[in-house]
Design a protein around this ligand. Structure first.
Ligand SMILES: Cc1cc2nc3c(=O)[nH]c(=O)nc-3n(C[C@H](O)[C@H](O)[C@H](O)COP(=O)(O)OP(=O)(O)OC[C@H]3O[C@@H](n4cnc5c(N)ncnc54)[C@H](O)[C@@H]3O)c2cc1C
Length: 592
């Protein structure tokens, strides 16, 4: 082994959840090492976020300088998160979200974030601003920070995690980590899809390595597709700027390739809520994909967005807030500004944005595997079948508790050295694509897998396509993964090598999500089956929990965790149930 690093708590992931967990654990006095696959504070989804932080308006109104609706309450937020999640939420985690959020916002303010807007139950800041504040705090409390380190696998002993194998991307060296506890905070698996809104480092490594080590995954079929994402030109592809602008400006015009305003065929109430609130992701992605599947899509599989009736002055006002000088997350959108002014359409569509499922945790953020905790987007969180409230809050409240609990565990656990044989066989497996002289190009295989995932596991699914996709993935696993070979044999910053290492994880997660989607013979939240179009509360208020079994996996239904809100019964058509859930919102306004 090239290097050995010993710590008490190893945090995997340098997004908001990872940093918040590391700060919390370090404040308990243990040694904490945070390993980030990309550059510190500039990788993962968090810097890409707008970003909104949601909490109950009453608590918010008690923080100096913020708006907040004093008539809002934790009970109303509980009602809203659970109805938005179509009752599939773990209610214990919803309570934790609500309870922990005010404190997390106060901390962020103390640590120096800049608030751009505050409304009834939300503040709007920036993802980069949050990351900068967390980075400063982590440095101040003495977290050991490692960047460009990819964790490859966890090592266990007697049912507990005791270490991990990492790869230093800059040098190609392997690192042996010895640790008492691990907090997995590796984010989503956006890279398994194309188009995608996420950063290129989010390949689901953490979920896959946690699962391989013995932790359970849950609700992997629930994948949120953001709507109104640029599909062309290539330089803008994947940017969510039209999504943010249309939401803040309160609408615009969406048309199919025949020039039809296709939202007109839906119930007007659903359309209104589906345009003006963050229900837009599930509703508009569904409606867009329907046009595409009916052959009325744009060349890149989307539809068209123009400002329609929204006055140019309103667009200018929103743009000044979200993308000053028409620059959004470092992309120059000044041409789009001109197009909006002239009311010319741009090509937009749905792209993978958020993963509702993940590593199964309890309300202490412990997984099934002793010593392994999970927080943020890689955990099966509070949002059930559909997320409208902020994932930014989720990553922080979960990171805070996961870090705290992992540190307490580490205070009594022992350091053990991972077995030599285990480490060497993991290392040898990772080196195979470098050693193979001839074989398949990892990036090419990846793109084929990504496009097939978007097509078959997108916002609209059916049995026939899911079964065919399952067969395709099995073939990739058996025939292609064992034959991946990098052209460059350099170990230094070899992105092809990383592609090859990530592909196995992505295929593993896609297979699990596909079978979970096949098994769930209903439609709910962001999972719509055109061959099973009812929301079935009698049979499907359960989580699909996935565990390794032999060479494959088994999926067991687990009843939803209920604390305060009774579950509905009966079967209802998908869009009718969605409308009912929209209408169940409390009287607190805003976009959440
Ligand atoms: C474009 C976009 C915009 C969004 N906007 C909003 C918004 O406005 N409001 C909102 O509430 N939510 C938003 N979301 C969702 C939200 O940003 C994420 O859910 C949240 O930031 C996830 O935080 P995280 O810390 O769990 O993961 P991430 O921020 O994704 O961080 C994951 C980290 O894990 C690292 N990692 C991955 N694999 C490994 C490995 N093998 N070894 C080591 N490190 C690894 C990554 O490099 C990264 O550092 C948005 C998402 C996207 C994609």
């Amino acid at each position: 082994m090239d290097r050995v690093i010993e710590t008490d708590v190893l945090v995997v992931g340098g997004g908001g959840a990872g940093f918040r967990a590391a700060i919390g654990a370090r404040q308990r006095g243990v040694r904490v090492t945070l390993a980030s696959k990309g550059p510190l504070a500039r990788c993962g989804a968090t810097p890409m976020a707008g970003a909104d932080f949601t909490l109950d308006g009453r608590s918010m109104s008690q923080i100096e300088g913020l708006a907040g609706d004093p008539n809002d309450s934790p009970e109303k937020v509980m009602n809203d998160i659970i109805t938005q999640g179509c009752f599939l939420n773990n209610q214990k985690l919803v309570e934790q979200y609500i309870r922990r959020a005010p404190q997390c916002l106060r901390e962020l303010i103390e640590w120096g974030i800049h608030i751009k807007i505050s409304d009834q139950r939300m503040i709007f800041t920036t993802g980069t601003g949050i990351m900068d504040a967390l980075l400063r705090k982590a440095r101040a409390v003495g977290v050991e920070l490692l960047e460009d380190i990819t964790l490859l696998d966890l090592v266990t002993d007697d049912g507990a995690v005791i270490g991990a194998l990492g790869l230093d991307v800059r040098s190609g060296d392997f690192i042996e980590f010895r640790t008492k506890a691990v907090v997995m905070a590796s984010g989503g698996w956006h890279k398994a899809f194309w188009p995608t809104t996420g950063m290129r480092d989010l390949a689901g490594d953490g979920l896959a390595m946690g699962y391989r080590a013995g932790a359970a995954l849950g609700n992997m079929e629930f994948i949120t597709f953001c709507c109104n994402v640029f599909l062309s030109p290539p330089a803008w592809m994947g940017s969510i700027a039209p999504y943010v602008l249309s939401l803040l400006a309160g609408g615009g015009r969406l048309t199919n390739s025949l020039g039809e305003e296709f939202l007109q065929k839906y119930d007007p109430y659903t359309v209104k809520v589906g345009i003006t609130t963050e229900w837009n992701k599930s509703f508009i992605s569904h409606a867009t994909m329907r046009e595409v599947r009916e052959g009325k899509g744009s060349p890149n599989g989307g539809v068209y967005y123009s400002r329609g009736d929204v006055p140019w002055e309103k667009i200018e006002q929103v743009a000044a807030l979200m993308c000053p000088d028409w620059r959004y997350k470092a992309i120059d959108l000044s041409n789009w500004g001109q197009m909006l002014k002239n009311n010319e359409p741009v090509e937009v569509g749905s792209a993978a944005e958020y993963f509702d499922g993940g590593l199964v945790v309890n309300d202490r953020f412990e997984t099934d595997l002793r010593g392994l905790y999970a927080a943020g987007e890689c955990a099966l969180g509070a949002f059930g079948a559909n997320r409208v409230f902020a994932a930014i809050t989720e990553m922080l409240v979960q990171g805070a508790d996961a870090g705290d609990n992992a540190a307490c565990y580490a205070q009594t656990a022992k350091i053990l050295a991972p077995g030599r044989e285990t480490l060497f066989s993991l290392q040898a497996a990772a080196e195979e694509p470098l050693r193979r002289s001839d074989g398949l190009n990892p990036a090419k295989v990846r793109r084929i897998v990504q496009e097939a995932a978007h097509k078959n596991l997108g916002p609209i699914r059916n049995r026939e396509e899911l079964e065919a996709f399952r067969g395709f993935l099995e073939n990739v696993r058996r025939e292609q993964l064992p034959n991946l070979a990098t052209q460059s044999k350099s170990r230094i910053y070899n992105k092809e090598w990383l592609d090859a290492l990530e592909l196995g994880n992505m295929v593993q997660l896609l297979e699990i999500a596909t079978v979970s989607a096949l098994i769930r013979t209903e439609s709910r939240g962001v999972h719509y089956r055109e061959d099973c179009p009812l929301t079935d509360n009698d049979q499907w208020l359960v989580e699909n929990v996935v565990r390794r079994a032999g060479d494959g996996f088994e999926i067991t239904p687990r009843p939803v965790t209920v604390t305060g809100m009774a579950l509905p019964t009966g079967k209802t058509p998908y869009l009718e149930f969605m409308k009912k859930m929209m209408a169940s919102h409390s009287d607190t306004g805003g976009k959440h």
